[in-house]
Structure formats: structure tokens, C-alpha cells
Design a protein around this ligand. Structure first.
Ligand SMILES: Cc1ncc(C[n+]2csc(CCOP(=O)(O)OP(=O)(O)O)c2C)c(N)n1
Ligand SMILES: [Mg+2]
Length: 671
């Protein structure tokens, strides 16, 4: 349908949707940057979605049973900002729209979680939103099964573009959602045939509808500008027993000189063209002006949501006080009071037994104790369950047949797993953890970065954390991955040395509220190094004195995880030669850096030579070796400076020189 026909056949709808187009044109023109074409093209679909289908209440943006609306094509941020402004979200004022993309404004270039009420997840890196959405839908299914439809019963809606569907992670997400039959997940594809470089066809000939169908989705189509046709397709998608994709045929930058071209993707700022587009729409408002009747209509639409929300509140209030408190607890990410005593129990038992265990096996022990008292945990692995030790007996398996199951077989989809876990954490009510090999942090990294950026407490269980995995060889041996994880802002990296440290690490991870945790765990067995019980969580200090020098303190050895054992052996040898040696276990650089100066000075006093031992690259260690009262001439590092190799572990440690002997030699050379 051309614009004139659309204006004539659906005049009211046309003007309501055009409010989005006009605000987008004005905001992008004012910022002199941004993306006009996508919000203009999808304005009709979004209007029908908000008018006829979306369950939302601008007065209660965090209401637990709202539908989730995710703009995966985050470059089209003016679409969501316009919708939030029009429907009356308090923080999305016209001032904010006028300050699109400016310092201090909540209207950032791409939608950012935590800045704007109504933005459910940070999008912009294409493919993430649609993949987060799978996690949202899984969390909803899980909570609905366990709490009942009276408390949890909503849809997850996604607007995704050609770019989102071309990104590899979307394949992982689509496959996972199809297998899990996530019938409350609906993807609205902005099928405009255009990306930045030109027509989609210059780079891709995929039959997207067939692709979704092949993974177990139901596929629908509509004319993305005809409100009646859109409503028909959305209604059908909701009724589908499978996840649904609606291919919405649209014109990018509809009504503008740049319509249907890649020029329409970006910032349309030419004044004459902008006015010509508005004239063609029949739009009378000046810049940032929405005629009162249209604004009123949008606000009344927003106000309608209060009914569903207050009804839900009444249903929640009808639950027993204990259940209400539990519901509030899981959504507030409060750990149950019992967690501390369970962790203490594991630690006490550990110092009684002094087990020789891989830290991945210690992790399973801790999870086995913790999962039964934390019903909010959802565990999983990217097809390495037996290796990551992430599954405990009580969890059950999350499937279409058993939504109460709390263990997810994510398949070989590290990126999709991480993105889905972000979605689960953002949905709320669940606390996801998932495993793969530390080396495949790389495969999950774009989503791990977003966990950190959004400040959400996803737990990454990364096992096989060094050359200590042995014969699988250098493709599987992480070398730079600890450094990469530590380099990421707002990410907590913990590499525990034994069962006690693992228990403490999990206690920290499960009480975090505002950042992800990467647990680096060994494949190989390790001796117990913490042999006396402390109620204090020593890992929470980041680093601490594990073994003190007996005579005059001449050497400080610092180590993490599997190399703490090596540092302790080196200490024995040095002490035997009369060289007083302290061993500092440093499971978390971030947590140690957060301690006050006085504590850090106690652990790392000036004077002694310092040698750090870690089977990874040196990057990240220099603060502790050279800074913090250390000196270049008195600091050494025993670790990796190349990729690993395929051989038994003992041989690898010897060949790469990560041994007690090498540590002793490094220390003595500095004395
Ligand atoms: C991972 C990632 N790669 C590249 C980009 C840069 N980028 C932003 S939008 C876009 C084109 C997207 O095309 P499409 O989804 O069809 O959006 P449309 O042009 O239709 O608005 C690209 C390459 C990005 N945001 N994320
Ligand atoms: Mg496109």
C-alpha cells in the first residue's frame, strides 16, 4: 500500500504511528546523528503492538508480569524512546527526546539497560536482543511453572532487523528457542531488505522464513504498514504453540526521499527532505510537536495498562505472606539467609576431609549443597555438563515437558547461552549460571561484555582453566583468557585454589547483584590448601596470606588456583634453604584491589622480592608485582608467554617452566 492509500484507509492509525516517525526525524535532525529509517519503517508495527497486544503500564515499568518488549535492532532507539514518551513513562520527557544522544541524557545512542525505565536490555550489538529474548522467555516459562499463571503469565516481544538475523548468535538463539518450544516468544522481523551497505541481497540470500521454520518456529507474514494485517499476524503469532516469527514487510524510511535505500538507514537530516516527508504524511506539528489529540490517545493507551497491573497485584497479595516474601526476595536478588550457613558447612567439612579435588569438582559439591536452598538458580552448560560439573541431582531438566526443571542443556552454543543467561537475569526471579571451557570464553564474550556493561549477576563457570587440561592441546588451553576477563570493567574474576576457596567464591557469586562473575576452575585435581576453618570469607578479600614466612621474610610468592600448590612447594624449598617465604593466595584481583590500602600493604608489604605464579599470560600482574610497593628489579613472573601444546599435563608444566623449581630459581635470582 502506498502512503495515500494508508492515510485514507486507516487515518487515525496513520497519524498515531506518524507521531513516532515525526519525533524520530526531529530528534535525529537535532542530534545530527542517529538512525531514522528503522523507527519510521516499523512505526506501524509498533503502534499496533502497543495498542492491541502489549501488556504494559508506564506507571509501573518494573512490574514482574509485564510483557517484555525488546528492541533488538537497537540502532532504531528512537522507536522505543518515542513509544515511551508517547505512552507516558515518567522519565522519558520531551526534553530527553530533544537531547537525544547528548551527554547526561537517558536517550543514549542505543538503548541502555538501567538508564531508561521500559528498556529491558541493552541493545545495539546486533543479534544480542533477540538472543536475550530467548532467556526472558525461558525465565517466564520457568516461573510460570513454579508460581502459576496467576503470578507469571506474559509474552516476550522482539523487534529484530536484517542485521540481527544475519549475526551468528541469532542462529544459536533460534535453535534453542525452537527446541524449547517457547510459545510466548514472538519475533517481529523488520523485513525491509536494506542494511548499511545496500540491499540485503548483496551479502545474503538466506530464506529467513524457512530458516526459522527449520528450527521449529511458526512463521507468519504481514504488510508491516497495514494495521489490520499486522494485527491479524500478531494475533496468530500469540496463538501459536511454538515460538513465532512474523516477517513484517516494511519500507525503511517510508515517505522520505531515502525510502527503500541504504541512505534511509542512517541520519536523515536534510531540512527540505524532512519537511517534504512530514508534508507527505499529512503531519501538521512543528519540530517535536505532537498534536494534543494524538498525544492524548497514546497516553490513554498507556493508562489502560493499570488495570491488568492492579489485578495482578491483587492476585499476588492473595498469596500467603511467606510466598509473597519469597517472590519479592528472588526478584530483589537477595540470597536466602540459609546460604551463609550452608557455605560454612561445606568449608568445615572441607577442612575435616582435606579432599584432593579439581576445583570444577569442588564447584559441583558446592552447587549440590546450595541449589536445594536457592530455588532461583538455573544451571546449564554448552554441551559440557560432565566436564563443567554444573548439574546437580535435585535440579531436573528444563524441557517443554518439564518447565520446573532447572538445568538447561544449552547445546553447543556458548554465545547463545551467555546471551540467554543475560535475558534470564534481566527478566528477574531467576539467577542463571552456565558453563563451558575457559578457552571458549571467546565464543561467549560479546554477551559476557554486556553482562558487565548492564551490571547483572550472571555466573560463568569456566572450567579447564589452563594448560593443566593437558592432552586436548593448545586449541583448548586458555592462556590469555584470565587477562581478557580481568580487563573487562565490572567483571569479577575468581580463580579459587581448593574446595574452601570454591565455596567462598560461590558465596560471593550468589550474593552479587550488580556484576557478572567468571569462575575459573581447574580440570586437574588439586590438594587442599586451606587447612583451618575460618568463618570469614577469605576469597572476599581478593588476596590473603595463606602461608607465612618463618624466618625473616625475603620472598612473597603470589599465585591463583592450581598454581597455589606450586607456590606452596616452592615455599617449602626456599624455607629449607633458610629463605623466609610468604605465600599469598590471590583468587581475585578485583576484590583485592577493592580492599583498603592498609590491608593491601599488610598482604604485600615493601621489601621482599615478589614472584607471581599463574599458568596464563603476565598481563594484569604488574600492578601486584611492580606497583603496590613492588619494584621492577625485585619482581618475577612464572607463567605462560606462548600458546600451550598437546601432552600430558605434568609434561606441559615442566616444559613451560611452571614448576616449584622454576619459582625457587626466579625468587633466588632476584634476592
Ligand atoms: C555486532 C554489530 N555489528 C555491526 C553493527 C553496526 N550496524 C548497526 S546497524 C547495521 C545494519 C543493520 O541492518 P538492519 O538490521 O537491516 O537495519 P536497518 O538498516 O534495516 O535499519 C550495522 C552493520 C552493530 N551495531 N552491531
Ligand atoms: Mg534492514
Amino acid at each position: 500500500m502506498d502512503i495515500q492509500t494508508l492515510r485514507q484507509t486507516h487515518p487515525d492509525h496513520w497519524m498515531r504511528a506518524t507521531a513516532i516517525r515525526a519525533l524520530t526525524l526531529d530528534a535525529v535532525a537535532a542530534a545530527n546523528s542517529g538512525h531514522s529509517g528503522m523507527p519510521m519503517g516499523m512505526a506501524d508495527v509498533a503502534t499496533v503492538l502497543f495498542e492491541k497486544h502489549l501488556k504494559f503500564d508506564p506507571k509501573a515499568p518494573r512490574w514482574a508480569d509485564r510483557d517484555r518488549f525488546i528492541l533488538s535492532a537497537g540502532h532504531g532507539s528512537m522507536l522505543i524512546y518515542s513509544l515511551l514518551y508517547l505512552t507516558g513513562y515518567a522519565d522519558m520527557t520531551l526534553e530527553q527526546i530533544k537531547n537525544f544522544r547528548q551527554w547526561g541524557a537517558i536517550t543514549a545512542g542505543h538503548p541502555e539497560y538501567g538508564h531508561v525505565a521500559g528498556v529491558e536490555t541493552t541493545t545495539g550489538p546486533l543479534g544480542q536482543g533477540i538472543s536475550n529474548a530467548v532467556g526472558f522467555a525461558m525465565a517466564e516459562e520457568s516461573l510460570r511453572a513454579r508460581w502459576g499463571a496467576k503470578v507469571q503469565d506474559h509474552y516476550t516481544w522482539v523487534i529484530a532487523g536484517d542485521g540481527c538475523l544475519m549475526e551468528g548468535v541469532s542462529q544459536e538463539a533460534i535453535g534453542l528457542a525452537g527446541k524449547q518450544q517457547l510459545s510466548r516468544l514472538i519475533v517481529l522481523w523488520d523485513n525491509n531488505g536494506i542494511t548499511i551497505d545496500g540491499k540485503v541481497s548483496i551479502a545474503d540470500v538466506t530464506d529467513q522464513k524457512a530458516r526459522f521454520a527449520a528450527s521449529g518456529w511458526d512463521v507468519f507474514e504481514c504488510d508491516g504498514h497495514d494495521p489490520a494485517d499486522i494485527d491479524r499476524a500478531l494475533t496468530a503469532a500469540k496463538a501459536s504453540p511454538r515460538p513465532a516469527m512474523v516477517a513484517c514487510k516494511t519500507h525503511i524510511a517510508i515517505g522520505h526521499a531515502a525510502q527503500d535505500t541504504s541512505k534511509g538507514h542512517g541520519a536523515l537530516t536534510d531540512k527540505a527532505q524532512l519537511q517534504a516527508a512530514k508534508d507527505g504524511y499529512g503531519w501538521k506539528g512543528g519540530p517535536f510537536e505532537v498534536p494534543a489529540d494524538i498525544k492524548q490517545w497514546w497516553e490513554s493507551l498507556g493508562a489502560k495498562g493499570a488495570k491488568a497491573r492492579t489485578e495482578w497485584e491483587a492476585r499476588l497479595a492473595a498469596l500467603s505472606p511467606a510466598k509473597q516474601a519469597e517472590f519479592a526476595r528472588i526478584f530483589a536478588l537477595e540470597a536466602p539467609a540459609k546460604l551463609a550457613s550452608i557455605i560454612r558447612g561445606v568449608k568445615k567439612q572441607a577442612v575435616a576431609d582435606l579432599p584432593k579435588l579439581a576445583t570444577r569438582a569442588s564447584s559441583e559439591k558446592v552447587l549440590a549443597a546450595v541449589n536445594p536452598v536457592l530455588p532461583e538458580t538455573i544451571g546449564g552448560s554448552a554441551d559440557l555438563t560432565g566436564s563443567n560439573n554444573t548439574k546437580t541431582a535435585d535440579l531436573g531438566v528444563f524441557t517443554p515437558e518439564d518447565r520446573k526443571g532447572r538445568y538447561v542443556y544449552f547445546g553447543i552454543r556458548e554465545h547463545g547461552m551467555a546471551a540467554a543467561m543475560n535475558g534470564m537475569a534481566l527478566h528477574g526471579g531467576v539467577r542463571p549460571y552456565g558453563g563451558t571451557f575457559m578457552c571458549f570464553t571467546d565464543y561467549a564474550r560479546p554477551s559476557m561484555r554486556l553482562s558487565a556493561l548492564m551490571g547483572i549477576p550472571v555466573v560463568y563457570v569456566m572450567t579447564h582453566d589452563s594448560i593443566g587440561l593437558g592432552e586436548d592441546g593448545p586449541t583448548h588451553q586458555p592462556v590469555e583468557h584470565l587477562a581478557i576477563s580481568r580487563a573487562t570493567p565490572n567483571t569479577l574474576v575468581i580463580r579459587p585454589a581448593d574446595l574452601v576457596e570454591v565455596a567462598e567464591a560461590w558465596e560471593i557469586a550468589l550474593t552479587e547483584k550488580t556484576r557478572p562473575t567468571v569462575l575459573a576452575l581447574s580440570r586437574q585435581n588439586l590438594p587442599a590448601v586451606r587447612k583451618t576453618h575460618t568463618n570469614t570469607n577469605m576469597v572476599a578479600k581478593g588476596a590473603y596470606v595463606l602461608a607465612e614466612a618463618t624466618g625473616k621474610r625475603q620472598v612473597i610468592l603470589m599465585a591463583t588456583g592450581s598454581e597455589v600448590e606450586i607456590a606452596l612447594k616452592a615455599r617449602d624449598a626456599l624455607e629449607a634453604e633458610g629463605i623466609g617465604t610468604r605465600v599469598v593466595s590471590m583468587p581475585s584481583m578485583e576484590l583485592f584491589a577493592a580492599q583498603d590500602e592498609a590491608y593491601r600493604r599488610k598482604v604485600l608489604p615493601p621489601g621482599p622480592v615478589r614472584v607471581a605464579v599463574e599458568a596464563g599470560v603476565r598481563m594484569g600482574w604488574d600492578r601486584w608485582l611492580l606497583g603496590e610497593r613492588g619494584r621492577e628489579g625485585k619482581a618475577g613472573f612464572v607463567g605462560m608467554s606462548s600458546f600451550g601444546a598437546s601432552a600430558p599435563m605434568e609434561r606441559l608444566y615442566a616444559e613451560f617452566g611452571i614448576t616449584a623449581e622454576a619459582t625457587v630459581a626466579a625468587a633466588k635470582a632476584l634476592l
